[in-house]
Design a protein. Structure first.
Length: 330
């Protein structure tokens, strides 16, 4: 199952692990890369030397290509320079204009990806010289750039930037989703929520259990968990925090129920209600009340499996679906 995205990224199968901030680290990224996909490191909030350490640790775990994601809503120049110095194979940009970075990334030998939420953004990214665009649909978990569903967005972006490779993101958690993305003209799938249910993901057991029990209607799209990243829409699992906020009439930041209350404790201290903070394995307290990022594809997440097995299962199922579709067309 080799596509133009595979050729561009130097990978064997058209699966990219979404850079899930706080949940994805060198172990998960390397496992996905070793399985033939592209593992991604979310390093937007790491100090520069921690960025360097994570890149080197990943390189020690895999000889395959991997990538670093940088969120342009925050200053990234220092982290970007570390990526260039370390010769990161793939650099991905999110929530901003990649144009100031593309030429320097290419000069360092990196492939450049940019996440977009509409066709006009895809055209601008293509004009800036990126090597592929990620079309992120509204179904995606975590921070969500736009309001268009994955199916119509992918189709529109493919048409807008052809022949530039497109990777579909949002709500894809199995091989049927990958096959659908390929049928829309995308060259691969950007998958996050499914990789949260792997032993390599750095998430709290309660968070993982909630993912396994969720269905397609268990998520909420809002800007509720805004401490640390204000005015940034996102999708999370519904919980006591979202329920209390909705019951209060969805009040604005500053007058929400439990505002300023520390609900958990993490390695860096207390975690406030409404914080944009992934529930990590070392956190204690009311984990259920935290921002448990999840896409609508969570209904397809039913078991914890090694990342390599997840990659293999998705690819095998996609192949079966595509073969069945080919027979129907005959």
């Amino acid at each position: 199952m080799r596509t133009l995205v595979c050729d561009k990224l130097g990978i064997e199968v058209p699966i990219v692990q979404a850079p899930m901030g706080g949940a994805a680290g060198p172990q998960l990224a390397a496992a996905v890369s070793n399985a033939g996909g592209l593992g991604m490191l979310p390093l937007s909030w790491h100090p520069p030397e921690a960025v360097r350490a994570a890149i080197r640790q990943t390189r020690a775990l895999t000889s395959k290509p991997f990538g670093v994601n940088l969120v342009l809503a925050f200053p990234q120049e220092e982290r970007f320079e570390v990526c260039l110095q370390e010769r990161v194979p793939v650099i991905s940009f999110f929530w901003g204009d990649p144009a100031p970075f593309v030429t320097r990334a290419h000069a360092a030998g990196a492939v450049v990806l940019s996440t977009v939420a509409r066709a006009t953004e895809a055209k601008a990214a293509a004009a800036a010289g990126v090597d592929a665009v990620v079309a992120q649909g509204w179904e995606a978990g975590g921070h969500v750039l736009g309001e268009v569903a994955t199916l119509p967005l992918t189709r529109a972006v493919v048409e807008a930037v052809d022949p530039l490779p497109v990777i579909a993101a949002g709500g894809i958690s199995d091989g049927r989703g990958l096959a659908a993305a390929l049928a829309l003209g995308a060259g691969g799938a950007w998958i996050g929520t499914r990789f949260l249910a792997t032993p390599e993901a750095q998430v709290h057991p309660h968070y993982r259990d909630r993912l396994l029990a969720a269905d397609e209607a268990s998520t909420l799209h809002s800007s509720l968990f805004d401490i640390g990243w204000p005015d940034a829409p996102h999708r999370v699992l519904r919980n006591t925090t979202t329920a209390g906020w909705e019951a209060a009439g969805r009040p604005a930041s500053g007058v929400r129920p439990g505002e300023g209350e520390a609900v958990a404790e993490g390695p860096r201290g207390g975690v406030l209600r409404y914080a944009s903070a992934t529930p990590g394995p070392q956190m204690t307290g009311d984990i259920e009340a935290l921002s448990m990022w999840s896409g609508q594809g969570v209904a397809g997440v039913r078991a914890v499996k090694p990342a390599a097995d997840v990659v293999a299962e998705i690819v095998d199922e996609a192949r079966r679906v595509l073969r069945d579709m080919a027979r129907l067309a005959d």
